[in-house]
Design a protein. Structure first.
Length: 378
């Protein structure tokens, strides 16, 4: 049986390119033995650390608890490796335990076959421990996630349930151009902490300014949502209560200058509604404005934005014209730092100057670059 003093490996999957920001977040909330790998970050922690990570992380996608790992180059080795793990410590008799995962650069490349074999091996293990032939799976969900990388198998339980980027402030039926975790990472990479002006002149549904406001307030993004592990038998409800109280006590209070604008009035209306749902509308100044006529009443600040990409030829030409005009609007405004996400390899040419630094990121399946232009004073 798992208890509050046990320590185990937690795995935080993330978008490629965000491993560094996620690892930094884990260290900032005092997680131990933090290490970054491609597409994920690992740390050692307790059940309380798992709850804290779920509530506090801005850039990670999930918090997974590793049950075990081993090498497997055959289905027989996979079955035996899974069956040897102490699943009875983690899964009660009535647990619902669907299996999902992926395989990369491995002998066992068929994901459906791996799912079937892992499920069968877990059932066989539980049969011998619980003396049961059938498992109703009518209880809480303990989703099993597996990863197989270069024949190294990792078996994990998903403590988050719904992905962490789903903060709850954006209606589920509305498609957005930018995932919340990526927006939060962009704010973090711009080093915005609530000081000075922050501006998103292509705000769309408001994800970037909302994440900027949450960062300025030091407000944990998971405070107002639930997690799968809150229903697990070995998680004392006080663990989650204590984690939420600690997060609330760490919030800041101040007068922040966060500006969000878009040329589309409907986008601005939606952004304001999302900010209200997120509880940060009072900290963001919304307006309908053309980004290519950029004007602020202060001389310096930071711009973090995600302009339209343009994936079809005509749209691409239109997007590149927007980049050109936006670049012209910012000419001479060297005291403004600019952090701009684009999938267009010709962005710098259109914008009119090379970036001080570029960082490869992925917006879902779209490969992008974050173009960073520092202020003249740096």
């Amino acid at each position: 049986m798992i208890n509050n003093t046990d320590r185990f490996t937690c795995v935080i999957p993330c978008l490629f390119g965000l491993e560094g920001p996620v690892a930094d977040e884990c260290r900032r909330i005092n997680m131990q033995d933090v290490r970054a790998e491609d597409g994920r970050v690992l740390f050692r922690g307790s059940l309380a650390d798992c709850a804290k990570a779920n509530i506090s992380l801005r850039c990670g996608e999930r918090v997974l608890i590793q049950v075990g790992s081993f090498e497997a180059e055959s289905f027989e080795a996979l079955f035996e490796g899974v069956r040897r793990l102490n699943w009875e410590d983690w899964l009660p008799k009535d647990a619902a335990f669907p299996v999902t995962g992926y395989s990369l650069d491995s002998t066992l490349f068929s994901v459906p076959d791996c799912q079937r074999i892992i499920k069968k091996a877990v059932v066989e293990r539980l049969k011998t421990r619980y003396r049961l032939e059938l498992f109703p799976e009518t209880g809480a969900a303990y989703k099993i996630r597996f990863s197989i990388r270069k024949n190294q198998v990792s078996l994990m339980l998903d403590s988050s349930g719904t992905a962490l980027h789903k903060r709850g402030y954006r209606p589920a039926h509305i498609e957005a151009a930018l995932r919340e975790t990526l927006a939060a990472a962009m704010v973090k990479l711009a080093r915005y902490r609530g000081k000075g002006d922050f501006c998103d002149p292509f705000c769309g549904s408001g994800t970037i300014p909302i994440e900027a406001a949450l960062a300025a307030l030091n407000r944990a993004p998971g405070l107002n949502r639930g997690f799968a592990a809150e229903k697990w038998r070995y998680f004392d409800p006080r663990i989650w209560q204590d984690a939420r109280e600690e997060a609330r006590a760490a919030e800041f209070h101040g007068d922040y200058r966060i500006f969000a604008s878009d040329i589309d009035p409907n986008a601005v209306r939606l952004a304001r509604e999302n900010a209200e749902r997120a509880g940060v509308a009072e900290y963001i100044r919304f307006s309908v404005a053309d980004a290519t006529a950029f004007a602020q009443d202060t001389e310096r600040g930071v711009i973090v934005t995600n302009p339209p990409y343009g994936e079809r030829l005509l749209d691409l030409q239109q997007a590149e014209e927007i980049y050109r005009r936006f670049g012209e609007a910012l000419r001479g405004k060297d005291a403004w730092g600019v952090y701009l996400l684009s999938s267009d390899a010709e962005f710098e040419r259109c914008f009119g100057r090379p970036a001080d630094k570029k960082r490869k990121l992925y917006n879902g399946m779209i490969k992008c670059d974050l173009y960073m232009y520092y202020t003249a004073q740096k």
